[in-house]
Write a protein that binds this ligand. Structure first.
Ligand code: NAD
Length: 249
């Protein structure tokens, strides 16, 4: 903890990589943690090819959306998000690269152009046939009154969330910006990520090669702990405010 705090105090340009773990304390479950989505759902149902071609996969996907969608809608930034926003206020935040699709960094006060959403954003949906746009809240309301799998009300097409599914390409510009942010920082802070999902999992090593120090904050071990200059094990909402000397909850 002390070593990580000292390294962060000395840092002038911090790039943060955040994963689903930073938002569990806002009530949104992660995928791979002990209460994660993969304990109850099949990752195959989150594969783009199967989702677009198989109605029964979309039905199972929507079971999950009906469960977690309201949690996303209700979630508010927690002390971890606010501590990172404080880095921005101090003028020391290069960028946040987030695997999250919940928009909570922006709602904590970080400008949109500093948040690189490499897996997109789950609140905006789109018809894959005609391009019509929908808010998740509107689709959840339709699902709540009996639509098992809401379809496009203009053309009957398949509706897909703006979050990137397995097998779907990462938005090119977001990936380019994420790599540039990893190269430009003097400190790379990975928070709440299992660091197994690529390409995000490659960014910490890339930052190290470019000369940055690497800090990891996570509840469980990650495959990159051995590469880090400091690892702090525990909850982001408790640790980040202390590490960054920002007010807690
Ligand atoms: P992951 O589920 O693979 O790993 C989360 C990690 O965070 C785990 O190692 C867990 O131990 C740790 N963790 C859980 N709560 C924590 C806390 N309070 N403090 C510190 N660590 C904590 O998540 P990932 O690495 O981001 O990859 C999963 C994918 O899931 C991402 O691609 C993301 O798009 C998607 N996802 C996003 C959200 C969201 O937007 N909030 C939620 C679920 C999944």
């Amino acid at each position: 903890m002390e070593r990580a705090a000292a390294l962060l105090r000395a840092a002038r340009r911090v790039t943060v990589l955040s994963g689903a773990g930073i938002s569990t304390e806002s009530g949104i479950p992660d995928f791979r943690g002990p209460q994660g989505t993969w304990r109850r759902y099949d990752p195959d149902d989150f594969t783009y090819e199967r989702f677009i071609s198989m109605p029964e996969v979309r039905r199972r996907y929507w079971e999950w959306v009906r469960q977690v969608g309201p949690l996303f809608e209700r979630a508010a930034p927690n002390a971890g998000h606010r501590a990172i926003a404080a880095l921005w206020e101090q003028g020391r935040l290069e960028a946040i690269v987030t695997q999250n699709v919940d928009g909570l960094h922006q709602r904590a006060g970080v400008p949109h152009d500093r948040v690189i959403e490499i897996h997109g954003n789950g609140s905006r949906w789109r018809c894959l046939s005609c391009g019509a746009r929908y808010d998740r809240a509107e689709l959840l309301a339709r699902a709540a009154v009996g639509e098992a799998v809401p379809e496009c009300d203009r053309c009957g097409g398949v509706l897909k969330s703006g979050s990137v599914m397995f097998g779907e390409p990462i938005p090119h510009e977001a990936l380019r910006a994420a790599r540039a942010a990893a190269e430009r920082c003097d400190c790379f802070l990975a928070v709440g990520s299992s660091l197994v999902v690529h390409p995000a999992a490659a960014l910490p090593s890339q930052a190290k090669r470019a000369g940055a120090v690497l800090l990891i904050v996570n509840r469980e071990p990650t495959p990159l702990d051995g590469l880090a200059d400091a690892v702090v094990r525990g909850s982001a909402g408790a640790i980040l405010p202390r590490l960054l000397e920002a007010p807690g909850t």
